[in-house]
Design a protein around this ligand. Structure first.
Ligand code: IMP
Ligand code: MG
Length: 181
C-alpha cells in the first residue's frame, strides 16, 4: 500500500500481521484448551488486533471492553492513566487475557494489571500486538507478544496519532515531521 508523506515507512504489513496473529491464536488455543476465559480489550487501539485474533480463538471465550488513555496529542505518555469506560461484567474467579495494542512505557498495563488483580480473577495474562521494550519505565512484560518493535512511533492497524490514522491497513512509522520530532 502507498501512503502519503505523513508516513515514513511500513513496518509490518497487513499480511505479516495476519500471519503472526494466527500463530498467537494457536498458542492461546493450546494454553486455554478446556478452559472458559474472557478476553478484555482495551479501547480503542486494540480493536483491529482483537477482531483478527478473536475470530481464530476456538475455545469457550467471551469478550469485554475497557477504555483507558494516557495520551493527548503527543507521542509519549503523560504518565497518568484515565479510565473512561469500565468492564461490563465482574471478573472475579474468571480466567482473563488482557488484549492490548502496544506496551510502551508499561504504565497503562501496570495500571490495568493492578486494578484487575484487585478484582481477584482466577488468572490474568496479557496479549499485546506490539511491544516497544526499549521505552519501558515500569518493569512489566506481556505473556503473548505479536511483534517486538524498535523505538519508533507507529500508526495503523488500530494505533493512532491524535486519534487519526487508525484505519491504515499496515503498521507504519509516523514521519517525525508530523509530531515535530
Ligand atoms: P504505555 O502506558 O506507555 O505503555 O502506553 C500504552 C498506550 O500508549 C498504548 O495502548 C497506545 O495507545 C499508546 N502508544 C504507545 N506507543 C504508541 C505508538 O507507537 N503508536 C501509537 N500509540 C502508542
Ligand atoms: Mg492510543
Amino acid at each position: 500500500m502507498e501512503y502519503g508523506k505523513e508516513i515514513a515507512k511500513v513496518l509490518i504489513t497487513e499480511a505479516e500481521a495476519r500471519k503472526r496473529i494466527a500463530e498467537l491464536a494457536d498458542q492461546i488455543n493450546r494454553d486455554y484448551e478446556g478452559k472458559e476465559y474472557t478476553v478484555v480489550v482495551t479501547l480503542r487501539g486494540a480493536v483491529m488486533f482483537f477482531a483478527d485474533l478473536f475470530r481464530q480463538l476456538t475455545g469457550n471465550v467471551d469478550c469485554d471492553f475497557i477504555a483507558v488513555s494516557s495520551y493527548g496529542a503527543t507521542t509519549s505518555t503523560t504518565g497518568e492513566v484515565k479510565m473512561s469506560k469500565d468492564l461490563s461484567s465482574p471478573i472475579k474467579g474468571k480466567h482473563i487475557i488482557i488484549v492490548e495494542d502496544i506496551i510502551d512505557t508499561g504504565i497503562t498495563l501496570s495500571y490495568l494489571k493492578k486494578m484487575f488483580s484487585a478484582r481477584e480473577p482466577a488468572s490474568l495474562k496479557v496479549c499485546s500486538f506490539l511491544d516497544k521494550p526499549s521505552r519501558r519505565e515500569v518493569e512489566i512484560e506481556g505473556d503473548y507478544i505479536g511483534f517486538t518493535i524498535p523505538n519508533e512511533f507507529v500508526v495503523g492497524y488500530g494505533l493512532d496519532y491524535d486519534q487519526k490514522l487508525r484505519n491504515l491497513p499496515d503498521v507504519c512509522v509516523l514521519a517525525p515531521e508530523v509530531y515535530g520530532g
